[in-house]
Every structure is written in structure tokens, then in C-alpha cells.
Design a binder for this molecule. Sequence first.
Ligand code: ZN
Length: 306
Amino acid sequence: MIARQFTSRCITSQLCARLKEPWTQGRQDMTRPSSDLAAFREVFSKAKHVAILTGAGVSAESGVPTFRGEGGFWRRWKAQDLATPGAFSQNPSRVWEFYHYRREVMLTKSPNPAHMAIAECEARLQKQGRRVTIITQNIDELHHRAGSTNVLELHGSLFKTRCMSCSHVAINHKSPICAALEGKGAPDPNSRDAQIPPKDLPRCQEKGCNGLLRPHVVWFGETLDSDILTRVEEELDSCDLCLVVGTSSIVYPAAMFAPQVAARGVPVAEFNMEETPATMRFTFHFHGPCGASLPPALARHETEVL
Ligand SMILES: [Zn+2]
């Protein structure tokens, strides 16, 4: 199960080598994780460097569609059918319609209380000389929109493009991203492909290039950005508290990252809708929507000086 999750994302062998067998290390006693909020807040109040791993659950609470699981279709396809290099080379128009739709949907979505609590906590702790790093697998920029600044995007962003010719990465919040996609991308199964010629799809603006652009997101079958992974590894090695928020601990990346932190004896607190085998390795587990559980957990502690 775990191995399949890893390979389906084609994690770099470099990272796999860094895994340090997290499943065989960590908390020796294997007692159930605590759900004592006061105890968590005591640990939180003393932490100097907090790493927060976030996943699809946080976005789902803002109503962001993931195109996975039951009913998660765009037209007749799931994300894993369209978010691949093969799908893009075969039909760039269809894949751009899919991403255009996802970009436009984000104009109707907002950060939820979990995003806001994380951003507020980051700003507050920074003033106190403490550090918060958000490591997210979400591509919707809702952490940024909530005000977070120290965000590592493992899977890239819906609002960045990369040139297929010169590899230039650019921030792009245009709506629509190009004239030909205006009014396209309808998700219902009866919609027809727009069949936009590649010359009319988003093109590189770098001088003299005009290459075809693609979304700067990590697709199925692609490796993660090694610079981002190196920075993630540094954060995981140096944090003294780790939060796992809205991401199942059997699914990458929490499956690797959080148990790795727990194996160092560093407290890990999980805020999630479900328990998983990895939950037993963690110090705390808070059940339920993170928009409800996270704000009271991260609120200013009475011992904090401002
Ligand atoms: Zn280019």
C-alpha cells in the first residue's frame, strides 16, 4: 500500500534513501496519541521551529475539488488521467482546459479558518523570533492568500507556468490565462473538447521564445523538485514540533515526513478526519475538521510574549 503510494508519485530515489525506515523507529511505548489540547498547547508554547505539513483535507474544507475519489470527475476523467506528461503531449488543449477550469474555480474559493489560523500563527511566532514553515502538497495558493509567507509547495502551483522550450517558470494569475480558453473548461461530462490549436494555448513571454507553456505542477509520473525537497528535509531535521494537517498519514507526503520527525523523538500532532496506522507514532491526534480543531490549538498561549 505504502510502496504503491510512493511509486505512483515517482518519488526520487534520493528521497527514498533518506527515509531512514520511519516505520520501524519512533515512539517506543506505542501508547495511543493524546487528544489533550492543554498538553498540546504547552508543547506548542515552547516550540521554536514548527513545521506544518498540509494536504488535500485543508483545501477540501474550502470546497476546492480534488478530482479524486468518488464523484471526483472533470468531464469523464479523474486527475490521474489528465495530470500526466503523456496526457499533455497527446492533448495539450484538453489538459489546459482542465487547469483553466481549476484556476477559475479558485476565484470563487477562500481560505478557511485552518488556513487563517496557520497564517496568524506564522506571523505571531515570527515576531517572537520563532519560526513556522508550511510544507504543503496543495497547489491552490490558499495558504498564500491567507497571508502565509514561508510556504514550500511540494507539488507546485496552479498559478505558475513553465515553458516547455526554455523551462522558464513564471507566476501567472491572469483570468482567463489566454483568450482562447475564455469560457472553456466546463466540467460536465457532455462538454466537448475545445480543441484549441497549440499556437493559441498559453505561450512563453520570454524574449524570442514563444514556447508552449504548461502548468508548473508536479504531475503523476514526475519527480518532485529536488531543491524543494532539500529545503523540506532541512525543515524536518531542524523542527522541534511538527503538525500534520488535513493529510492522511498513509498517503505521501505525511507518510514519509511526519514519521521521520517522530523518529527523532520530536512531538508530532495530527489534525485529521481519520486515524491511520501512522497515527500511533504521533504524540497528539485531534479528530475532526481542521477548520474547527486548529484555531483553538494555535491561538496565542498565555505564556507568549508579544
Ligand atoms: Zn520559453
